[in-house]
Design a protein. Structure first.
Length: 622
């Protein structure tokens, strides 16, 4: 049965039952249900005073923190809907999202509040010291406002093929039904702990935030950028006794390839979403871990996910289903005339039911194109959503998802319209035409490659083009390869033949950096590690990791190998802030090694080294 209500009221009811329980834990700090509810209520009162109410959008620009959770509840309690304005996004994209959504109220941490100084509206700085402290105690209580399930709860921007992202508006009814179903099915308990690690700008984070709070469990919030750092996540899962966690399959894959994978006896449920779960990953998981594995499927346009398949731990499976629709929703497999195809035949997946978004903000045209009348439900005015995914019914009544029928891709779990990257690049004066594809030259290693025909009258360089995109697109949309072409290969019908686009080869000219050979033992070892990730013969000391086509997942893998080689742990954040070249990484590692070696040990080592040849020193250090 479908269930309906207001998502924050699930938390309010629980806060009444268990006010003393730990509701959120973040880097050594924690907050009880009672305190979280009171702080969110105080914020909600403030928001009411600046005009927040049903269907009013409120931007949130914050890093992961306890305040972020207060902000989410504060907005919902005030009757509004939250719009994540991820501080990691470039200003240009944030500005577009603000303009498009017409957001006039923003909650930001102090360090990000400057970005909104030109906002024609209200910026509430929610930080320590708390803006919420000097308020009337009466404002600790729950608010009573005329809000119903069909009002909006949140709006997330997803990549748009025409060059601009689009905001999908989701209702309380949709997310309430989802979270309620999760509780009915998986029964989270009071002593359970869920790791909140998905970026709050992706809809998969929504159930992470709200599910634990309907049953008295604790939300353990990962540190900012912690979701990219596998070693940290393992530690957190082990040390905090996490029972529930969510991954995109690509991340789980790298997670399970690390030493000690599987050694997390407390973990009971692992939820995968956003990308296909391969048979190989299902098998590896079942061999290493005892937790249950769930494959969730759904788009941002349908409140996070609509189907679920719980792995039966049959490691001989070659087909991994996405399962069946959860109550209140239906899945159809249709042909181009909107007719059901026979079981086993391939068609497009359509979603119908309570989970559907209201549509795209300010885009009635696109909403009408993607959300079409549903002739099957029998309900007046029912709609169904064109997912653009291909699929088929399996003999056991489950669905299988078989990829896309368009240009939308998933790269490391991030949804990207490749057309958006090409369109933005074509706006650069030095580019006449661009085509973007995802290459998988090594199995499991997806990289974005953009091919472009330059504008003859305007000279440019790869580093200028990369910077141009970095100023406009999030990190996960920046291509690893930029390939200049005179013309694109064409199919017989005159379209660009993507299959014939050449394999990208990096050149020193493209990197724009003179070759500086590694010199010290540590630099040479790091160069050896990097060469396993980049298809480039001579990686120099000053070649930037990003220019070589690196991305955050590669960075974390490099750091794990460095830890094995030198026994020194460097966080991703340190690598990104201290410089992404071999020279910088080597000096960070050297400095850490020195810090960890005590003076007498060092003196002994140095006096021993005086009598050794260079080869002997290298052997010793090794
Ligand atoms: P998003 O809006 O970011 O949630 O992306 C939705 C798209 O991700 C879907 O339309 C699918 O193409 C893909 N997707 C999500 N979950 C799965 C899954 N479990 N298996 C295969 N593809 C998935």
């Amino acid at each position: 049965m479908q269930a309906t209500g207001l998502i924050h009221q699930l938390f309010e009811r629980q806060a009444e039952r268990t006010p003393e329980h730990e509701a959120v834990k973040f880097q050594g700090e924690s907050i009880s249900y009672g305190e979280l509810n009171a702080r969110a209520n105080r914020l909600a009162h403030r928001l009411r005073r600046v005009g927040v109410g049903p269907d009013v959008l409120v931007g949130i620009c914050m890093e992961r923190s306890i305040e972020m959770v207060v902000a989410l509840y504060g907005v919902l309690k005030a009757g509004g809907a939250y719009v994540p304005l991820d501080p990691d996004y470039p200003m240009d994209r944030l500005a577009y999202m603000m303009e498009d959504s017409k957001v006039r109220r923003v909650i930001a941490q102090r360090q990000f509040s400057e970005r909104f100084r030109d906002l024609d509206g209200e910026v509430l700085v929610l930080d320590k010291p708390q803006l919420l402290e000097n308020q009337d105690e009466e404002e600790d209580g729950n608010l009573s406002i005329a809000l119903n399930e069909s009002h909006l709860a949140y709006m997330f921007y997803t990549s748009g093929s025409t060059g601009k992202p689009k905001g999908a508006m989701n209702t309380h009814a949709a997310i309430y039904n989802r979270v309620h179903w999760m509780q009915q099915t998986f029964e989270m308990r009071e002593h359970d702990k869920l790791l909140q690690k998905s970026p709050y700008s992706f809809d998969v984070s929504v159930w992470e935030f709200f599910w634990p709070h309907m049953c008295g469990a604790c939300l353990v919030v990962a540190k900012p950028k912690g979701h990219l750092d596998n070693a940290y996540l393992w530690e957190e899962i082990r040390n905090e006794g996490i029972t529930h966690v969510q991954f995109v399959p690509t991340m789980l894959q790298t997670f399970l390839s690390e030493e000690g994978a599987g050694d997390v006896p407390g973990l009971r449920h692992v939820f995968l979403c956003g990308e296909p779960l391969s048979a190989a990953l299902n098998e590896r998981f079942c061999m290493l871990m005892n937790a249950q594995l769930h494959n969730l499927y759904g788009p941002t346009e349908a409140a996070v996910f609509i189907t679920n398949w719980t792995s039966d731990r049959d490691t001989s499976r070659s087909v991994i289903p996405i399962g069946k629709a959860i109550p209140g929703n239906a899945m159809y497999v249709l042909n181009e005339h909107y007719e059901p195809v026979a079981p086993g035949d391939i068609g497009e997946l359509f979603i119908s039911g309570i989970g559907l978004a209201r549509g795209y903000y300010g885009r009635a045209d696109l909403t009408a194109e993607r959300f079409v009348p549903d002739p099957f439900s029998g309900e007046a005015g029912a709609r169904m959503y064109h997912t653009g995914d291909l699929g088929r019914w399996l003999p056991d009544g489950n669905l299988e998802c078989l990829g896309r029928n368009d240009d939308q891709v998933k790269v490391r779990g991030f949804r990207i319209e490749l057309g958006e990257i090409s369109t933005v690049l074509e706006q650069h004066d030095g580019v006449n035409q661009a085509v973007t594809i995802v290459r998988e030259d090594q199995p499991g290693d997806q990289r974005i490659a953009v091919y472009y025909i330059p504008e003859v009258s305007h000279s440019t360089s790869v580093s200028k083009l990369r910077t141009y995109l970095q100023e406009r697109l999030p990190e996960y949309m920046i291509p690893s390869y930029f390939v200049e072409m005179e013309a694109f290969p064409l199919t017989s019908s005159g379209k660009t033949d993507r299959k014939q686009l050449p394999s990208p080869t990096l050149s020193r000219l493209m990197i724009g950096q003179a070759y500086a050979p590694p010199e010290t033992f540590i630099q040479k070892e790091i160069a050896g590690i990097w060469s396993g990730f980049f298809n480039f013969d001579q990686i120099g000391l000053d070649d930037d990791f990003i220019d070589l086509g690196g991305h955050s997942l590669i960075a974390t893998q490099i750091l794990v190998r460095c830890e094995h080689a030198f026994g020194v742990k460097i966080s991703l954040k340190d690598m990104l802030t201290l410089g992404t070249t071999i020279r910088n990484l080597a000096s960070t590692i050297e400095a850490r090694l020195l810090e960890e070696t005590d003076d007498s040990e060092l003196e002994e080592l140095l006096s021993e080294m005086e009598h050794l040849t260079e080869e002997e020193i290298e052997a010793l250090l090794k």
